[in-house]
Design a protein around this ligand. Sequence first.
Ligand SMILES: C[S@@+](CC[C@H](N)C(=O)[O-])C[C@H]1O[C@@H](n2cnc3c(N)ncnc32)[C@H](O)[C@@H]1O
Length: 376
Amino acid sequence: MDELRLYATSTFALELTVKNQLKDMGYEITSSSDGKVEINGNFKDIARLNLWLRSADRVFIKMGEFKALTFEELFEKTKEIPWENLITKDGKFTVNGKSVDSTLFSVRSCKSIVKKAIVERLKDKYKKEWFEETGPEYTVQISMLRDIATLSIDTSGKGLNKRGYREAPVVASLKETLGAGLVMLSYYNKERTLLDPLCGSGTIPIEAAMIAKNIAPGLNRDFACKHWPQIDKDIWKIAYQEAYDLIDRDIKLDITGSDIDEEAIKCCLKNAKNAGVEKDITFKVQALNDIWIDKQYGIVITNPPYGERIGDYPTLNRLYLDMDKIFKKKKGWSIYVITGDLKFSSFFKRHYDRERKLYNGNMQVRYLQFYGEKPQ
Ligand SMILES: C[S@@+](CC[C@H](N)C(=O)[O-])C[C@H]1O[C@@H](n2cnc3c(N)ncnc32)[C@H](O)[C@@H]1O
């Protein structure tokens, strides 16, 4: 297989950071829509994308796209796709699905039709009647959107947020992909001071340090497609070598994460060690109102607790007021806050320069950006 149509998915609004990263990696974007960015590529690119994409959820190979108004159409057109190019004789394959605004609205039926059609195709091609499905995994996705069926194979396996560094989940931790996205949407760069004063399990400081040191986020995890015989071992060897060579090991970073909760900070230390950035971040147990800012310029990226998830309202309001007090006169500090609490702006009085709508899990949240003066 030479040229493949590949796409990366992300949560709503993070397609922007996926797009920017793909462009930085030298790819031309062929199309993009909410939560989806498409490029053309080959097996080498599949390895690179899985290893490197920081804010994407998964990488897919698009196998076919067509209009389907009846199950017969769905079956016949699915059967025309050369699945045998990827799915091996012993391949284990499951079908996932979704349907939005489509005549074929029953996801269960779509999945079962697609599975049947692929089995029929493979029977024909492999001259076999029965498939043991004991080999590598190929997860097929049927996605119906306004009567257009898109059939794809998931190359990532577990979501790309699962970097492999997180020990035990801390309450209300951000997904690693969202943490990376927040950093990528900010003006942070490796020369700047970064502080997360409510750092929880350390997602934001850890993702920032990995970005600054150019550590590929997928280095310590597995991918479904790593077990596919079609992708030569040498392709992986080269992709991993490239990723190791590109790590900036000598850089000195100024990143601090603090939290009032001692257990959370213990967790940060373990996570940072697993991610290979324990020497690059200072973590400390500290209440927000004990923070003393002595630098003229810096960046705060933080995720305060908010009502629906954790914290009671008077305590939260107090916390926002404390933030306001600490940063009121810090004109050289840019503050980035991800919050689902609409009252945040009533207590943190600075006027935000930009607001983005993002999703934290299923919850719509706002990413408020308050720009400070640029360092001279
Ligand atoms: C939503 S969580 C942050 C989650 C984090 N972004 C992560 O991905 O793990 C908010 C954090 O604020 C901390 N916190 C609450 N009140 C605080 C205070 N007054 N001072 C410092 N930390 C506080 C909590 O302990 C909690 O870990």
